[in-house]
Design a binder for this molecule. Structure first.
Ligand SMILES: NC(=O)c1ccc[n+]([C@@H]2O[C@H](COP(=O)([O-])OP(=O)(O)OC[C@H]3O[C@@H](n4cnc5c(N)ncnc54)[C@H](O)[C@@H]3O)[C@@H](O)[C@H]2O)c1
Length: 256
């Protein structure tokens, strides 16, 4: 795919799936702005990109930081063609055990951050006559683990944000939710460390996928680039699961 002359903003683009998406867009010729709170990793992600790479320290949950980041992106690259709302955090609690602070932070990063970034990107895309907003959902936009009340709620809401953008900005601007299963990123390994047996947690994740493995960040990145590309001009408002078949098998006795 050739994104020469196009500009992508990748939130949480320093590591994990965002990092893989940053690398893929750079490989395929785009300018890439990484908005992240991890300064060393964010700077490293665009270190070899020359004038096509920009790192901006930005907590996507904070309006003023998002405003300043998009001002810098627009001044550097002249606008935005693709917004990848990837930054996300996970928290583990049932509703009654979730503090208001935990709920608010999860919603602010995962959902409000996407809205705040989309506001800027959509104005720019309208001026440029087109663009794509990719929102990072999860299989937990559809099914839920135990004790992920705030997270699964935020990821389900991403489907609504995608739908609203698709409806309100058609036909020139498209929006898609990407819903991965478990993917091999720092987020997964940090979460596993909360368990007394992290290796068992990762193995459990492997076992629950029909393909008996977890995803690679690069696999998700390739789907994101495809969705943004001119190979996917008839896809909008939808969510695409990329999850190794997680959750599609039902129990039942075998007939053979
Ligand atoms: N890893 C998985 O198994 C999995 C599965 C489904 C969906 N997801 C979702 O995919 C997205 C990326 O996940 P990942 O596993 O690559 O995560 P990760 O934790 O490995 O990386 C997330 C990146 O986002 C950045 N970030 C965190 N909070 C931020 C904030 N407030 N503002 C800006 N940047 C911020 C981090 O610094 C980091 O660079 C998230 O939205 C996550 O919920 C992850």
């Amino acid at each position: 795919m050739d994104f020469t002359g196009k500009t992508a903003v990748v939130t949480g683009g320093a590591v994990g799936m965002g990092g893989a998406t940053t690398r893929a867009f750079l490989r395929d010729g785009a300018n890439v702005a990484v908005l992240d709170i991890d300064d060393p990793a964010g700077q490293a992600a665009v270190a070899d990109a020359g004038e096509r790479g920009l790192f901006v320290h930005c907590d996507v949950a904070k309006t003023q930081e998002v405003d300043a980041a998009f001002a810098q992106v627009n001044a550097t690259f002249g606008g935005v063609d693709y917004l990848i709302n990837n930054a996300g955090i996970v928290s583990y609690n049932k509703v009654a055990d979730t503090s208001e602070e935990e709920w608010d932070r999860t919603m602010d990063v995962n959902l409000k951050g996407a809205f705040l970034c989309a506001r800027h990107a959509l104005r720019s895309m309208e001026e440029r006559g087109g663009g794509v907003v990719v929102n990072m959902g999860s299989v937990q936009s559809y099914v839920s683990q135990e004790k992920v009340a705030a997270y699964t709620t935020s990821k389900t809401a991403m489907l609504g944000l995608t739908r609203s953008i698709a409806v309100d900005y058609a036909p020139t601007i498209r929006s898609v939710t990407i819903c991965p299963g478990t993917v091999d990123t720092p987020l997964l390994h940090n979460a596993a460390q909360l368990s007394p047996d992290p290796a068992a947690v990762v193995q459990e994740c492997i076992d629950m996928h029909l393909l008996k493995r977890i995803g690679k960040p690069e696999e998700i990145a390739e789907l994101i680039l495809f969705v943004c590309s001119d190979k996917a001009p008839f896809i909008t408002g939808q969510s695409i699961r990329i999850d190794g078949g997680l959750g599609i098998m039902v129990a039942g006795s075998k007939q053979d």
